[in-house]
Design a protein around this ligand. Structure first.
Ligand code: MN
Length: 224
């Protein structure tokens, strides 16, 4: 998640002639970030280990964490979140199957999507820029998703990110819901095998089946 790295790490891991994931080639900002509320996406990724990928738009890229158990709507339920490389904005639309043998081989669905409101503030209750708060290891935000709604926090609880390839412990974060109750608090199963896409209504299995259908098709723009 190094700031200067941009999407280089992301691109370095993938072969875009083999995977249908977006390359984010059109620069860090592949859309005008100033004209919209920052977005978030939660994907389910049936890779060698099933996990959720939690991504928040920050400064033109998707800051990303791998969340093994997925987000919880129960404030007592802290979820491990392991930082992964920045992803291009276009990744928030990605649903499909990454070929076996490629990085992250397996099927991906968009489990939830929406916008978020950064709510980080300092001790005097002055707002702190989100990227700055992230750097310091603690951000708060309100999710406005189709499934997840309410206040959440991401907090780094040990280790530090190294800027220059140093050998520190891998930083680990906790994702926790901090406030909000009742209706709209969150819905939709986090059982990854039963969960349905917020974009297409499909399960992982259906997306995998579509990917192995004889005619290759892009999932772009598909709606149900
Ligand atoms: Mn993943």
């Amino acid at each position: 998640m190094s700031e200067k790295d941009g999407l280089r790490t992301y691109r370095g891991k993938r072969r875009f002639d083999r995977t249908s994931e977006p390359s984010g080639e059109h620069g860090r900002r592949d859309e005008d970030a100033s004209s919209h509320e920052p977005v978030f996406v939660v994907q389910i990724h049936d890779a060698s280990t099933m996990h959720f990928d939690f991504r928040l738009e920050v400064d033109g890229v998707l800051k990303s964490w791998s969340v093994p158990k997925g987000p919880s709507t129960d404030p007592h339920d802290k979820r491990l979140a392991i930082p992964t490389e920045d992803h291009p904005m276009a990744y928030r639309d990605f649903e499909g199957t990454i070929p076996q043998g490629e990085y992250g081989g397996g099927t991906v669905i968009v489990w939830d999507q929406g916008t978020y409101t950064p709510t980080s503030h300092d001790k005097r209750h002055r707002p702190v820029p989100f990227a700055e708060a992230l750097e310091k290891g603690h951000v708060t935000f309100e999710l406005h998703g189709q499934k997840l709604r309410g206040q959440y926090a991401l907090t780094r609880f040990h280790g530090r990110e190294e800027k220059d390839g140093g050998t520190s412990k891998k930083p680990t974060w906790l994702l926790v819901r901090t406030a909000g109750s009742g209706e709209g608090a969150g819905s939709g199963t986090t059982d990854p095998r039963r969960a349905r896409s917020a974009r297409s209504g499909r399960t992982l299995r259906q997306v995998a089946a579509d990917a192995s259908a004889p005619t290759w098709e892009s999932n772009r723009g598909e709606k149900k």
